[in-house]
Design a protein around this ligand. Structure first.
Ligand SMILES: [Zn+2]
Length: 453
């Protein structure tokens, strides 16, 4: 027995990383010790990718940044949708809304996920896992789609981040003491509107020019007023929105840190895989919308993703991923075959274990919603490599170069020439096929084919 093995044995109760031979689970996943047994899905609503310090260089998320650095960061993760009701089934089932035959739909929230929908939580509970949920998103608090009923134990309601942390600590300790493997899903609602973090996070607010509208009332629904505001008023409004939003993110980050440190002190993280994710982003007027579920542009579509376990070799996965990849990757890390025939009665997982997706996969983000005329439509983006093509549901497309223009500010689509580009055509055909599934399901009406395609 070598010195390293002796050290590992003598310190085995600490489950130090670095002990044991490295074992590759998939191209993006390596373990250097025992596989974790338990899983914590740790998520947050409405977190813009570009406020995470790892990507912005800013200081809103120091703890998240440290987690991403000590785990495996999914640096290019795209959401299945920009609407909570669609991203949750996608994440917990490892399949897109089209694959699952459903789309969360604005204006028809309750009817968009059947009450007997088979959530992927069953893949764990069928294997003896105890399960718990702490959920602060009010959409699912009403029992939407049977989500909460798929867990053994639930704390659910409108809660600010500190209450989520308190409830999660109690539930994690209960689950961990019961002895069986466990799954815990914790969903924070800050930094979703209303933008009302604790006062202590709002330093600098008094120095701002007065906003022309109340940005704390809830959903930011001022697109009508915006047109009539002077540039000074617009700047004042945006300054307060951003200050409050960043404060919400900072507050959330502190609460995750508290959760983490207390779980760690109890030893609960030693044998636990943590799946870190955000459901969607948020936009503040960048692409003709406010809040989310408005469009499928980058500020709403790009999301946080990461994996952490004591024995998971840290790294950054910069290749393209979607939310459908997180469940199969988590299962693989836990030693459960994501494509096990024992789960044949569950909805099929169509996502990929990290690093195993085909290089030519086109990633789709789909938002079923009503258009300006109250007709069902769908905004759909298709992206591959540096290209993203975005269809607005009523006959317009935009084309962006993600590498040169990460904020998607300069539309490159040219009706005279873009249609001749095979890559643009491939993205358009993927959008058409996705749109057809929504039309067939009665969730969208056929839109105009954009000129040039
Ligand atoms: Zn959400």
């Amino acid at each position: 027995m070598g010195r390293r093995s002796l050290l590992c044995l003598s310190l085995a109760h600490l489950l130090l990383a670095g002990c044991g031979p490295e074992r590759s689970i998939a191209p993006g996943i390596t373990l250097n010790g025992p596989a974790p047994t338990n899983v914590l899905f740790l998520s947050v609503d409405t977190l813009r990718h570009d406020v995470i310090g790892r990507y912005s260089g800013g200081e809103e998320s120091p703890f998240l940044d440290s987690l991403l650095a000590s785990g495996v960061a999914l640096d290019d993760l795209t959401a299945c949708s920009t609407w909570t009701g669609s991203t949750f089934p996608c994440l917990f089932n490892g399949a897109s809304g089209s694959d699952l035959g459903l789309h969360g739909q604005l204006g028809d929230i309750g009817g968009s996920i059947p009450d007997d929908f088979r959530w992927g939580i069953r893949r764990f509970t069928a294997r003896g896992y105890a399960s718990g949920l702490v959920n602060a998103n009010h959409i699912f608090n009403t029992g939407l789609g049977g989500f909460e009923a798929s867990f053994h134990d639930v704390v659910s309601g409108t809660m600010e981040a500190s209450s989520v942390t308190d409830a999660a600590l109690v539930m994690a300790e209960d689950l961990d003491q019961a002895g069986a493997p466990w799954l815990l899903a914790v969903h924070y609602f800050d930094p979703h509107t209303p933008l009302t973090p604790p006062q202590s996070y709002l330093g600098g607010l008094e120095d701002l020019a007065p906003s022309p509208a109340d940005v704390t009332a809830g959903w930011l629904d001022y697109s009508g007023e915006w047109e009539g505001w002077s540039q000074d008023l617009r700047d004042a409004f945006l300054a307060e929105v951003w200050l409050r939003y960043r404060a919400e993110v900072r507050y959330f980050d502190d609460q995750v840190q508290r959760l983490w440190e207390e779980l760690d002190a109890l030893g609960i993280l030693d044998d636990t895989l943590v799946v870190l994710w955000a459901d969607h982003g948020e936009q503040f007027g960048e692409h003709r919308g406010w809040n989310h579920a408005q469009t499928v542009h980058v500020e709403e579509r790009a999301v946080l993703g990461g994996l952490w376990a004591r024995t998971l070799v840290p790294g950054a996965w910069t290749g393209p991923t979607t939310q459908t990849d997180l469940l199969p990757t988590a299962l693989a890390i836990l030693g459960i075959d994501p494509y096990d025939e024992a789960d044949s009665s569950e909805p099929e997982i169509t996502g990929f274990v990290l690093g195993e997706a085909p290089a030519d996969r086109i990633r789709l983000t789909t938002l079923a919603k009503e258009n300006a005329n109250d007709l069902p439509s769908a905004a759909i983006s298709a992206e591959r490599g540096s290209r993203v093509l975005i269809y607005d549901g009523v006959g317009n497309v935009e084309l962006y170069d993600r590498a040169a223009d990460p904020r998607e500010a300069t539309d490159l689509f040219d009706a005279a020439t873009s249609g001749a580009d095979p890559e643009v055509q491939a993205l358009w055909q993927a959008i058409r096929a996705e749109g057809q599934t929504l039309i067939d399901a009665g969730l969208a009406r056929p839109g105009q084919v954009p000129p040039g395609l």
